[in-house]
Ligand binder design. Sequence first.
Ligand code: ADP
Length: 293
Amino acid sequence: MVDVAPLNRNAKKTITRVVIRDITTEHLVEQVRKDFVANASHELRTPLSIINGYLENLVEGDIDNQAMLKRALTVMQKHGERIARIVEDMLVISRLESGEAAALNVSPFLFTECVEEVLDRLEPLIQQQKTKIRFKIEDESLALIGDRFYWTQVFFNLVENALKQNPRRPLTLEIGARFNGEDEVTLWVADNGVGIPGVDLPFIFRRFYRVEKHHSQDSIKGTGLGLSIVKRAVEAHGGTIDVTSVPGQRTAFSIHLPKEALATEEQLLLAAAGDGDGQALVADRENEEGEHA
Ligand code: ADP
């Protein structure tokens, strides 16, 4: 942005002030904001117009027809739930993007417990699709220190994605954890399903980005926000995430965490004893290292 202004209009010799500012970052941020608003409106418009269409029919039509009424209400309910899910996902993203450390409710917990919780919640789908689950967890006592709510969302989204992208395939899901040297851990969720084409891989973590809609089940069609949430939640805990995919063979989402995201045995014990000192220890460590766990 170039700003030019004369400083001494009346004098014989004009002095001009020229200010040149690099506003690339502001411009990009504004672009991202505009895209987000446009995408969000587009995603919300479809279910809303379906609901409005049915309402219009009901207002003008025959509401004594019980069968039709039931059908209309069922469709409206489904689309109402979809709107609620999109709004909920957008709020989670916005909380994570606010960058407030306070947004994280940090406590120590076992990685395997978090995974079990996710698998329990998805049990009906796992049963229905006869999915095989394989664990490759190097150390069962691996404990994380972070916001369990977000970590559950991370693994829920990754496991649910693998399941819902492969409704009619015999699927094997792998959940793993391994230490790389002393201080870094890699957690992963992998499957041998349809996978993600190479051209889509660079965009997969973008908001509202979806690969072909055809192989996903209509009833639980996603919002396209799941992986955005996963990425932001991992980053809020100081980690990174990447994905590799060979369609039909192996699609793997790998999360790399620094040692600050891992809990010690002592923290875990204190938290289990429920005396709240787990939190105090976290605060101590943050102070010592000047970083957020
Ligand atoms: P959605 O709500 O559509 O699941 P996500 O952000 O979670 O949105 O995922 C974006 C897209 O990435 C999905 O629509 C799907 O096409 C693709 N995807 C994610 N995980 C997998 C997987 N394990 N196998 C195949 N495709 C996947």
